[in-house]
Design a protein around this ligand. Structure first.
Ligand code: FRU
Length: 479
């Protein structure tokens, strides 16, 4: 493999990345820019999370595939990059893709992004093969752009059903509508196109975006779930307030007719930073999701971490389950292994006041808050002087407020919930993930607080009674 591949040394980060906003138990790039998780797989006893990486600068430009490995889903080791944009078919970026295991090999399918001499985009779906998951042999394109789509055609996700390989690709039709295109193959190199199975102006959806990125189709509890990141949705009520969305459909995939019949689109996460999620099957057969805790085209220059030479992070791995027609996300159970120094309070009540609880604070922590009775009008928590969460029992609105990185004015994301009875919150220096009611809704966001003292203030207008548990979480990412 090429000698110019970014290696896992820390020249640019001065040995060890110890900068003040760097999370301790979330994957971040050692330097440069991280976006989508790629090729997420459990292969020969190890999890591999590859990722979109610009190792040269904290901006979106020519992407490599960076690499983390883990034996247990909670301790991750940064490895050398595996794919470099150095061939004619991927010279402007080894874009997103997926991994499968076949005949003992780890095979990845990814998008080769090319800007030709006249500046036009070309796209090639390419294959690379590895015997050990650590170094890859590029095989070049296995799929050229089919008729009917623009060159915004990328992010292949591959799976096997009986003896056939299937692949979904994120696409834009020639009429500039977002689509998911389906292909099948018996040998991974010759792919038959079956047309679009979902998209804007399909299956009763109406106008639903100009491009769909990063599709992922898998079965879960007898249903077929399609996860996708559509671009171009207008805000509607409390929905679709981020620049781009990531969400899912629940439906049935008919592998005979190649038709996918599905219900409504639902956002996967209600926070500010969540995009391009990808799933895999874990060691125990569970469906696990990781997403990029970032947003494309977001003005990167306002993230303070660029002064430390890096930007963006991944979410924690989450297990997916289907319950009453809704996808639930829970932090994977393995993360419990990271808990230390438990502090707990039982049956504490807060009545028309604000208070903290001794020991319930910290910069890298997990909290579980069981809401035993809620007679409050509004129950709130203020985290690290930067994030405020509120549940308004009258309007049934749960909201997360933070300061906009650029303007410093308040901005808010919301969703409706019948009630709240539990919060599982992970805070990690500059990341927060809030799992509400066992994963019924999740808010994932970044925050950058100048006076981040790890303080957590509880407030109730009216009365709430709570059980609180808090653990410290130590460094579990190794560079
Ligand atoms: C999503 C995305 C993908 C593309 C990759 C490039 O964030 O735009 O569609 O493959 O990022 O880095």
């Amino acid at each position: 493999m090429n000698g110019d591949m970014p290696q896992n040394n820390h020249d640019k980060a001065n040995g060890k990345p110890v900068d003040r906003f760097r999370p301790k138990f979330h994957m971040t790039p050692p330097f440069g820019l991280m976006n989508d998780p790629n090729g997420f797989i459990y292969y020969v006893g190890k999890y591999h999370t590859f990722y979109q990486w610009n190792p040269n600068k904290t901006v979106h430009a020519t992407k490599y595939w960076g690499h983390f490995t883990s034996e247990n889903l909670f301790e991750w080791k940064h490895e050398n990059a595996v794919l470099a944009p150095e061939d004619w078919f991927d010279c402007n970026g080894c874009y997103s893709g997926s991994a499968i295991e076949h005949e003992g090999n780890l095979i990845v399918l990814y998008t080769g992004n090319v800007l030709n001499e006249i500046g036009d985009r070309e796209t090639y779906q390419c294959m690379a093969i590895s015997k050990d998951g650590m170094t890859f042999d590029k095989k070049g394109p296995v799929l050229h752009l089919p008729a009917g789509y623009t060159a915004h055609f990328r992010d292949p996700k591959v799976w096997k059903k009986e003896d056939t390989w299937y692949m979904v690709v994120g696409a834009q039709s020639e009429t500039k509508t977002g689509k998911v295109a389906l292909f099948s193959s018996t040998n991974l190199t010759d792919w038959e196109h079956h047309g679009a199975i979902a998209g804007s102006h399909m299956n009763g959806l109406g106008d639903f975006g100009y491009m769909w990125e990063c599709p992922d189709l898998f079965s879960l509890s007898g249903k077929d779930v399609l996860i996708v990141s559509p671009q171009g949705l207008e805000p509607k009520g409390d929905d679709y307030h981020n620049l781009f969305q990531s969400g899912y459909f629940i439906g049935e995939m008919d592998y005979q007719t190649k038709q996918y019949c599905h219900g409504d689109f639902r956002e996967l996460d209600r926070g500010f930073e969540f995009y391009a999620p990808q799933t895999t099957i874990g060691a125990n057969g569970q469906r696990i999701l990781i997403a990029w805790m970032g947003m494309p085209d977001e003005s990167e220059e306002h993230h303070p971490t660029i002064h430390d030479g890096w930007i963006h992070a991944m979410t924690l791995p989450r297990e997916l389950t289907l319950f009453e027609g809704k996808l639930y996300q829970k932090p994977v159970k393995e993360l419990e292994k990271l808990r230390t120094n438990e502090v707990h309070y039982e049956h504490v009540s807060i009545f028309n006041n604000s208070r903290d609880f001794k020991g319930v604070s910290g910069q890298s922590i997990e909290l579980i808050i069981d809401i035993l009775t809620n007679k409050s009008d509004v129950f709130s928590m203020r985290i690290s002087n930067a994030i405020q969460i509120d549940f308004d029992s009258k309007t049934k609105i749960f909201s997360l407020t933070r300061k906009n990185f650029q303007t410093q004015s308040d901005e808010v994301r919301k969703c409706k919930l019948e009630d709240i009875y539990s919060l599982n919150i992970f805070i990690d220096l500059s990341t927060v993930e809030i799992f509400i009611n066992g994963g019924e809704e999740v808010f994932s966001s970044r925050f950058f607080s100048e006076k981040n003292d790890g303080e957590i203030l509880f407030h109730s207008k009216g009365e709430v009674s709570l059980n609180i548990k808090k653990w410290e979480i130590s460094q579990s990412i190794c560079f």
